[in-house]
Design a protein around this ligand. Structure first.
Ligand SMILES: Nc1nc2c(ncn2[C@@H]2O[C@H](COP(=O)(O)OP(=O)(O)OP(=O)(O)O)[C@@H](O)[C@H]2O)c(=O)[nH]1
Ligand SMILES: [Mg+2]
Length: 673
């Protein structure tokens, strides 16, 4: 457990910590000389169970408020110190404001310098203090009067017992669900040990030997030693102060205050977080502010997304000068640009923001909904309804271990698909959308096999990222709702048909083609059928798609059946001779050299054969291709007839039926298929 002090300058914070722990928190020579705290000081007190409590002593002077902010970030227990002879002063109020913005578990009011005033003044101040706390909606867990200068003061002893009681109620059990994350407030070099960093463990735990990511370092750092609450340990848990001895530090850029250490790979820095701001005074749009996040600090501007609600809370995007490493619900304390007063604090709601349509009523209302939720499970469930979140993003935003991630996804009702998580409803909705689109497409283009994945995704304007959309389509294929035909997706019940005109042409063309000994040019086909070029092209396109004919080169076709026959010859030849020379192929098929080369190159392009490097011989690459296979009819969805058949290869390689087959509108270059 960690407890932080707060209060006006010279109100006796450091003296109180010394009385409680016997340790002097003012360690810098400058602090000793001036008799005031400048930077954070640390001290430890043994607890009843043998563990230790850490105190962070903060400076009270307004000039050092930045250091105070570093000290209080992520601390859950505070001692508000009020000097009896001085009363409530500006920094008492300011520190209290800052504490009020943080999710504190306990705040204890301590009236110091009790020896300097009478009972009546002390009683008056105590009630004043309680009223002040109430102004910020805080109830003190106890009010104590001490004279910290006096070694045997009973007030100090009573306070000590109170602190021990609070510590006893806090459980510091290891949270297996959260991964390690820590903000650095100091980094220095120790002779013989090397780099040592100190800070507060915000979540998870760290062990000796762990490798950690650092926001200020490229390489991972290894933990060589750990001091937790001032004692050497093997493992440190969240809610404690630790000093880590690290190895692997880049000498060009030593770790520094404001850096983050984490066991998860760190997410991208965020330059425009969306936050819910609780503010003490009205904010204006585009107001300049100081932003304090953990031990990090930057300037920013508040871009308001809505009006303040009854409790003075705004939704806003903060446009940061320097991007910060943020997680969900992280607090960002906002101070006036002049540095004179605290404005409020923002709670991070979103780290990825759209560039446009930021203030649409739907978006604002969704953010408002999000801001109402405090339980991370509910937040994730809400987000998962309208978007697919990457697993890495979920992991980082809520700092989850593998166990924590699985539990959180299950509780939020999210399905994991590949590297994404999304709600079951959203998944169903997307599946239905794909099916509907494909159905519509089949209705409009009954002569087409179907749509390529990318085209279907583009047409659906799917909110899913490509990778995830592919997974959804895969699962639709696995469920048997869609069928993958080459590279084209079609609904399982889709059957393509040749229109009656094409059917008639094909019936005339098929016997003629069967008589041709070599591939025919499209012009020859045109002369035979007496068809105008546009119609002929459409016919060829349909016939290629159905697998009746195949284009060896642009505008030159042969029956797919004949192609399979040639493929069989190649297969047999290579089986017996180990390779096939171009000249041998020419003799095998009994055609000219030019067309033989065209055929062989077609086989190469299809992945059936491979031409050996700097040689005229070929070997088989994928022997499965170009088999005349009975099953093709089922795949292609055309009822078997005597004169129609589709070689298996096209379905497998997808070369002729894939996305590279151009849509029917581009008929001019269709033959390229
Ligand atoms: N008489 C009396 N003097 C006290 C008591 N507590 C602190 N002082 C004196 O008050 C002065 C300031 O005390 P510090 O503990 O340095 O005050 P601080 O709040 O830490 O000050 P900053 O760190 O600069 O904000 C010192 O001279 C202390 O001796 C007390 O209970 N009684
Ligand atoms: Mg001090």
């Amino acid at each position: 457990m960690i407890m932080v002090t707060a209060g006006h300058v010279d109100h006796g914070k450091s003296t109180l910590i010394r009385a409680l722990t016997g340790m002097n928190t003012d360690r810098l020579p400058e602090e000793k000389r001036r008799g005031m705290t400048i930077d954070l000081g640390y001290a430890f007190m043994p607890l009843r169970d043998g563990t230790r409590l850490a105190f962070i002593d903060v400076p009270g002077h307004e000039k050092f408020i930045n250091n105070m902010l570093v000290g209080v970030s992520h601390v859950r227990h505070a001692l508000l110190v009020l000097a009896c002879d001085d009363g409530v002063m500006p920094q008492t109020r300011e520190h209290l404001q800052i504490l009020a913005l943080l999710p504190l578990n306990s705040l204890t009011l301590v009236l110091t310098k009790r020896d300097l005033v009478d009972d009546q003044t002390a009683a008056k101040l105590a009630s004043e203090g309680i009223v002040l706390l109430a102004e910020y909606g805080i109830e003190a867990s106890g009010v104590f009067e001490v004279c910290a200068n006096d070694a045997g003061d009973s007030g100090v002893e009573t306070l000590k017992q109170h602190i021990l009681d609070i510590a006893e109620q806090q459980s510091t059990q290891a949270e297996d669900a959260s991964s390690f994350r820590m903000t650095l407030d100091r980094a220095f070099s120790v002779k013989g040990a090397g780099c040592v960093v100190t800070g507060t463990v915000i979540s998870g735990s760290v062990c000796i030997g762990d490798s950690l990511y650092s926001s200020g370092q490229k390489a991972k750092l290894r933990v060589r030693g750990i001091h937790c609450q001032g004692m050497e340990v093997h493992r440190a848990l969240s809610g404690t102060r630790v000093a880590l001895n690290l190895t692997g530090v880049d000498n060009h850029r030593a770790p520094a205050r404001g850096d983050w250490l984490s066991s998860l790979p760190q997410a991208e820095l965020c330059a425009r977080p969306v936050v819910q701001i609780r503010s003490f005074e009205p904010l204006t749009h585009w107001q300049n502010v100081h932003c304090h996040h953990g031990a990090d600090h930057t300037l920013g501007r508040v871009s308001l997304l809505d009006e303040a609600d009854e409790q003075g809370r705004y939704l806003a995007e903060i446009v940061l000068d320097k991007p910060l490493l943020l997680c969900q619900d992280d607090p960002i304390v906002l101070r006036h640009i002049g540095g004179k007063q605290t404005l409020g604090a923002g709670r991070v709601l979103a780290v990825k923001v759209p560039n446009r349509k930021k203030r649409t009523p739907e978006r604002v209302s969704k953010l408002q909904q999000l801001a109402q939720l405090s339980n991370p499970v509910n937040v994730l469930a809400l987000l998962g309804q309208s978007e697919a979140l990457s697993i890495d993003e979920i992991r980082w935003r809520w700092q989850l271990t593998d166990e924590g991630l699985a539990a959180m996804l299950a509780q939020a009702g999210l399905t994991r698909l590949g590297t994404y998580g999304l709600s079951t409803q959203l998944l169903e909705q997307e599946k239905q959308q794909f099916i509907e689109l494909l159905r519509e497409y089949h209705q409009q283009h009954p002569d087409q096999l179907g749509l390529g994945r990318n085209r279907l995704q583009r047409m659906s304007h799917s909110i899913l990222p490509n990778e995830l959309a592919n997974k959804v389509l895969d699962s639709l294929c696995q469920d048997g709702q869609m069928v993958l035909c080459g590279a084209l997706l079609q609904l399982a019940d889709h059957r393509i048909v040749l229109d009656s005109e094409a059917q008639q042409c094909w019936q005339r063309l098929a016997p003629w083609l069967a008589l041709q000994t070599s591939p025919v040019w499209v012009t020859e086909m045109g002369e035979y059928l007496e068809l105008e070029p546009a119609k002929l092209r459409l016919l060829c396109f349909q016939l290629v798609q159905q697998g009746f004919i195949t284009a060896v080169v642009k505008d030159r076709y042969l029956l797919s059946e004949l192609l399979c026959h040639y493929a069989n010859l190649v297969r047999e030849h290579v089986e017996t001779h180990g390779k096939l020379e171009t000249a041998e192929f020419k003799d095998l098929i009994g055609l000219g050299r030019k067309v033989s080369i065209q055929l062989l190159e077609f086989f190469d392009r299809s992945g059936f054969t491979r031409r050996k490097y700097r040689s005229n011989s070929r070997e088989i690459r994928d022997g499965e291709l170009f088999y005349s296979h009975e099953n093709w009819r089922k795949n292609i969805g055309v009822e078997p007839t005597q004169d129609c058949w589709q070689p298996y290869p096209d379905l497998k390689s997808g070369r002729l039926t894939g996305d590279d087959v151009l849509p029917i509108e581009d008929l001019g270059i269709v033959e390229n298929a």
